[in-house]
Structures are given as C-alpha cells and as structure tokens.
Design a protein around this ligand. Structure first.
Ligand SMILES: [Zn+2]
Length: 121
C-alpha cells in the first residue's frame, strides 16, 4: 500500500464518519422536533407523549377518569366520567388544548416549532 492509497482510504473513512454523524444529527432533530402531548392534572404534569405515536392513556385521578387517545397526529378524549363530558365533545384536536374542568385535566399540544403554530393557529 503506497501513500496515495492510504490517503484515499483515510478520506473515505472520514467521509463515512461525517455521513454517520450527519444522519444521527438529523434523526435526533426529528425526535426533538414535532409535537408533544402534555397532560396535566391540576398543577401536576401527568405525562408527556409524542403526538406522532398512537397511544391510549387512561388517566385515573381522585376526580374521576379520562381515556385520552393519540391517533394519527390528533388527540381526543374517548371516554370520561365527568358530569358535562365537554372534554369528550371537543373531539379531535391537532393543536391547542382540551380541558376537562370537573377533573382539572388539561391536554395540551405543544409544538417545538413556533412556525407550525403560526400556520395552524
Ligand atoms: Zn370532562
């Protein structure tokens, strides 16, 4: 192996390493970007969930229960035992929040990208 081969191999290794770092950086950015569903009960944060992952969250508090569903980028309350069921009637949201006053439950969609908020809101 002469010096030129060695340099050529070195360049290839560096380029693939850079590509790997770049790819990783992009993946990381994707995970951090997008929107998060934040559920809080009273002053406490119950949990945060990625909006792009379908999920069903059963929330049981001393006030009652709410079943929150995350489905295809939207959030809705599937079922609740509150007296007005206003949270259920609010239906699916893709931005903003659903509030269940009797249960002191707040479901908020938080965007890390303000420009999306401006377009949607
Ligand atoms: Zn409710």
């Amino acid at each position: 192996m002469n010096k030129r081969d060695f340099i050529a191999i070195g360049i290839v290794i560096i380029l693939s390493a850079l590509g790997f770092i770049f790819l990783n950086f992009n993946l990381k950015n994707d995970a951090q970007g997008g929107e998060t569903v934040k559920i809080s009960v009273g002053a406490d944060i119950y949990g945060t969930y990625p909006l792009n992952e379908n999920d069903e969250i059963k929330i049981n508090t001393k006030n009652g229960f709410n079943t929150v569903v995350i489905e295809n980028g939207s959030v809705f309350v599937k079922d609740a035992d509150c007296r007005d069921r206003y949270c259920v009637r609010q239906g699916k949201i893709r931005n903003g929040s659903i509030i269940c006053l009797p249960h002191r439950l707040v479901i908020e969609i938080e965007s890390n990208d303000k420009s999306i908020d401006a377009v949607a809101g």
